[in-house]
Ligand binder design. Structure first.
Ligand code: ADP
Ligand code: MG
Length: 909
């Protein structure tokens, strides 16, 4: 671990060593404090020689977060100054840790040569400036980023009572803006998933925003409200795109200008003026994407599970991409399913094309595997943070893209009429390749095959690329050869065959002898030739005029070579920036190819079919499946997934289905699978069904499972009601609604009453296509009064007093809930099960007019008075076995097996 314990060690390497801190503010401390004051919200990485140092409170926080030693350095106003530091060469690793822990960092560099400062006077402090603010939404380093996830920066703008959200991805240059209301904000943020959101300070306190903003925690960056001024926003955008008016990009509202302007301003601030190549902002309207609120996203486990892991999510289940850019594209599509029929069909066309051309698909996917992350390398180049390896990534990316383009060219005739977005991507790729041909040739000629990470040490420019560089390099190499030949000559002259010429960072080149041999150099001639430089325990070191001259020449040549390499690097960087748009087109096209190919691969592998998507109000799914549950069953060898139909179409179907059936019968799975199929269809994927016709779903609502929202301090029932209210208030004829067991979180009768009223409202007022799962059989009575309501039930078969789940959806209603059967499967003690059966019978009779409680009072208490015991008073084998059972850990299958095992024991006894 790179911490230093002693101050002397630090002073040895720092150029400021002449200013040891004493009482009061030294010039160095004064400079530090001034810079720190301007960046109070950030940990200040203050460059001193080969280290970034942190002082005072920053040091205490960083030392703890990084698990490095906290030391002190001198005194400030009489107190010790806490200090810790990280070596510059390993800084990225520490930055990563700090960012993950929610810190933001200001990186302050020395911006002049220490020698220059000295010229200003012995007390002068090296000039330093903050060159970058490291915040979650503005990261570019691969070590700090998730390769397969986007890293969005968003800003919430305001103008009067209008609000807007702008979002940008530095790696793709994608930039969007759109109106948002306080009510929609949470849903829109859930769709975008920004790593950082800029908000005007004044909105933090507003009741309509506070809960949503608070939930963002570390991703929230409050800024002074003046930064969101829409007039300055407009000016900033005009100057960024060098246009006199923004009309060409669309008609932006004041709020959109406020958001987009604040975002651009923040990028300028954090990147210290160097902006990534942002595309002109695209306007997003609420019609662009299927509306999916935050709760529905969570409930359907689209990109992460309820436990917050990617594994087990729909995204993880369907992702067959082979590049990071493709993975980000696919994730973005899943997060934002489209509502425009044409745009969706264009995506389906591409999937269909690649599904058909399976040889082409395989071979292009092989090529794609070798494509580096062009978008992120380009982002680093744009903000001046790239190294030779980024240029090599661009070179290799273009190269792979060229091969791919050539391969696709063969298919041009087939692509044209029918391949949808594959054809569009092909054109984009081609134009990108044409514009980057010169750049590619230059990179190919100038860079070595596998260049180092850093510019600093040189050694990345290929031999033969630039004659002047070759000249200084050969000068350097010649001198090295001369030095090697010197060794032989000096051995001869001194008569010491063990004499060596060596090199280190401090002395440069020197002649080394052991102390005994050194004594032999006492001759006058030898003493004249060899000048003593240093004696250490095991060696005596000398130099000669000749060696010094050669060494000087080598150093000079090396320095010159470095300078030339840097110059060539800068020239290549500016070449890259000159065609940034074309490179981003290539990256974008490759991502589209990867996503389309991956969806085709998935369709082939999992037998997905092309859905028919249109403007109708149909929703007809034949033999649909839930991809995640199906995969889980397959992984556990737990039998096949049972496909099910669902028809909520206006024509021929009934648009509201009431789904009954016992627990564990598959109700929730059925509901979710239909929602998932709608999402997959509209994101441009094929769907896990034999046939599907879907009239565009404008908004998807779900209320699934009992997701406790303890984090936000609401009870399960409250969450349930909040989500239900949102649905009943907002769903329209175009929406798809999934309601799973609402009313469950409260007592039977008011729960039933709420469920009852909700079904009526959905049917009469919302008129949405809807699936409603419930354990309240009473609701099935509604079927006779509501003509668009159909009752379906999950079939079970009763067998030997046990039930078997068939997972089949059938017309009709469950006649009872089988709750006690399920309890039995779960291993509830026999006595409890029997008692429950008694109570149930009493309750059912009670419903028919008797007083249930009186009847129950009459029932003997089995569990207390008559436990099943062996005649000798010992517990039975069945009891003993039951005692071992942990019902919560049983899978349905294990529960069923248990029943058989218990039954077998009964027969034995
Ligand atoms: P419910 O909501 O009725 O209690 P779930 O939908 O949670 O039931 O399903 C319980 C379990 O049954 C699932 O975890 C899955 O293992 C299995 N299951 C559900 N639907 C199917 C199906 N169509 N085919 C096979 N197994 C299924
Ligand atoms: Mg359920």
């Amino acid at each position: 671990m790179a911490t230093r314990l002693g101050i002397p060690d630090l002073l040895g390497s720092a150029p400021m060593n002449e200013h040891v801190v004493q009482e009061g503010s030294t010039p160095l401390m004064a400079q530090y404090l001034e810079i720190k004051a301007a960046h109070a919200d950030y940990l200040l990485f203050y460059r001193m020689g080969d280290f970034y140092e942190l002082f005072f409170g920053d040091a205490v926080k960083a030392a703890e977060a990084l698990d490095i030693a906290l030391t002190k350095r001198g005194k400030h106003l009489g107190d010790d100054i806490p200090m810790c530091g990280v070596p510059v060469h390993a800084a990225e690793h520490y930055l990563e840790k700090l960012i993950r822990k929610g810190f933001r960092v200001a990186v302050c560099e020395q911006v002049e040569d220490p020698a220059e400062a000295k010229r200003r006077g012995a007390k002068a402090v090296v000039r330093r400036e903050v060159v970058r603010l490291v915040t979650p939404g503005t990261l570019t380093e691969d070590t700090l980023l998730e390769p397969r996830a986007a890293n969005l920066l968003a800003a919430l703008g305001a103008s009067g009572d209008d609000f807007a959200l702008a979002a940008a991805d530095m790696s793709t240059g994608e930039f969007t803006a759109g109106a948002v209301t306080a009510a929609d904000l949470a849903a829109e943020l859930a769709r975008l998933g920004p790593r950082e959101l800029l908000v005007p300070e004044r909105l933090l306190a507003e009741a309509a925003f506070a809960p949503t903003l608070k939930a963002l925690a570390g991703a929230l960056t409050p800024m002074p409200s003046v930064k969101f001024d829409s007039a300055s926003g407009e000016r900033a955008l005009k100057s960024l795109y060098r246009v006199a008016a923004l009309d060409g990009f669309g008609a932006f509202s004041r709020a959109e200008l406020s958001a987009a302007g604040a975002l651009v301003g923040y990028l300028e601030l954090t990147q210290k003026g160097k902006l990534p190549a942002l595309k002109p902002p695209a306007r997003i309207s609420e019609r662009t994407f299927m509306g999916i609120d935050a709760a529905t996203r969570r409930n359907l486990e689209l990109v992460e599970t309820l436990n917050g892991t990617r594994t087990g999510s729909l995204l993880a289940c369907i992702d067959r991409t082979v590049t990071a850019g493709g993975a980000r594209e696919l994730a973005a599509r899943l997060a934002s399913p489209l509502t425009d029929v044409r745009a969706i069909r264009v995506r389906h066309d591409a999937v269909a094309f690649f599904l058909n051309e399976s040889d082409l698909r395989r071979s292009v996917r092989e090529d794609l595997r070798r494509v580096p992350d062009i978008a992120r390398a380009l982002a680093r180049v744009s903000v001046g943070r790239s190294g030779p390896r980024d240029l090599a990534a661009l070179r290799d990316g273009i190269n792979a893209a060229q091969a791919l383009g050539a391969k696709l060219a063969v298919f041009d005739d087939a692509l044209k009429p029918s391949a949808g977005e594959a054809q569009e991507a092909r054109e984009r790729l081609q134009s990108g390749l044409t514009q980057t041909r010169a750049l590619f040739e230059r990179l190919e000629k100038c860079l070595i095959a596998e260049p180092p990470f850093l510019v600093r040490d040189g050694g990345y420019i290929a031999a033969g690329a630039h004659p002047p560089l070759d000249d200084v390099r050969s000068l350097r190499d010649e001198s090295r050869k001369v030095i090697a030949s010197l060794e032989a000559r000096y051995r001869e002259e001194s008569g010491v065959s063990q004499l060596k010429i060596r090199h280190n960072g401090v002395l440069g080149y020197f002649i080394e002898l052991t102390p005994q041999h050194a004594e032999k150099l006492q001759s006058a001639r030898a003493r004249e030739l060899f000048r003593h430089r240093q004696t250490i325990g095991s060696a005596v070191r000398f130099s000669t005029d000749e060696l010094a001259t050669l060494a000087g020449r080598i150093a000079e040549a090396a320095e010159k070579a470095l300078a030339i390499e840097k110059e060539l690097f800068d020239a290549m960087v500016s070449d890259v920036l000159g065609v940034a748009g074309a490179l981003s087109d290539i990256a974008g096209a490759l991502a589209v190819f990867d996503a389309a190919l991956a969806l085709a691969e998935l369709a082939q592998e999992q037998r997905y079919t092309r859905p028919r998507v249109d403007e109708s109000l149909s929703f007809a799914i034949e033999r649909g499946r839930h991809p995640v549950v199906e995969a889980a069953l397959a992984a556990e060898h737990a039998g096949p997934f049972v496909p099910n139909d669902c028809d909520l179409s206006r024509e021929g179907g009934q648009r509201l289905w009431l789904v009954t059936g016992p627990n564990m019968a598959g109700k929730s799975t059925f509901l979710r699978q239909n929602a998932v199929i709608a999402i997959l269809a509209q994101m441009g994927s094929f769907v896990p069904a034999e046939r599907a016709r879907i009239g565009i779903v404008d908004r998807l609502f779900s209320r699934v499972g009992a997701a406790d929202d303890l984090a936000r301090g609401r009870s399960t029932f409250m969450v349930e009601m909040v989500e239900t209210a949102a649905i009943l208030n907002q769903a329209t004829e175009r929406s798809l609604v999934i309601l799973d067991e609402i009313g469950r979180g409260t007592a039977t009768f008011d729960g039933l009453a709420i469920a009852w009223a909700s079904v009526e409202h959905l049917h009469e007022t919302n008129r949405a296509r809807a699936l409603f799962a419930t354990h309240y059989h009473e609701l099935t009575a509604l079927a006779s009064r509501l003509d668009q309501l159909a009752c379906v039930t999950m079939r079970v078969s009763e067998w030997n007093d046990a039930i078997v789940f068939l997972h089949e959806v059938a017309k009709g209603a469950a006649d009872r809930s089988y709750g006690i059967h399920v309890a039995k499967l779960a291993g509830l003690p026999e006595a409890v099960v029997r008692r429950a059966e008694e109570v149930l019978r009493a309750l059912e009779e009670g419903r028919e007019g008797h007083k249930p409680l009186a009847r129950i009072d009459d029932l003997p208490l089995f569990s207390v008075s008559a436990p099943v015991r062996m005649a000798d008073g010992k517990a039975s084998a069945v009891e003993a076995a039951l005692r071992e059972v942990l019902p919560d850990t049983l899978t349905p299958k294990a529960a069923l097996d248990l029943v058989y095992a218990l039954k077998a024991m009964l027969i034995k006894t």
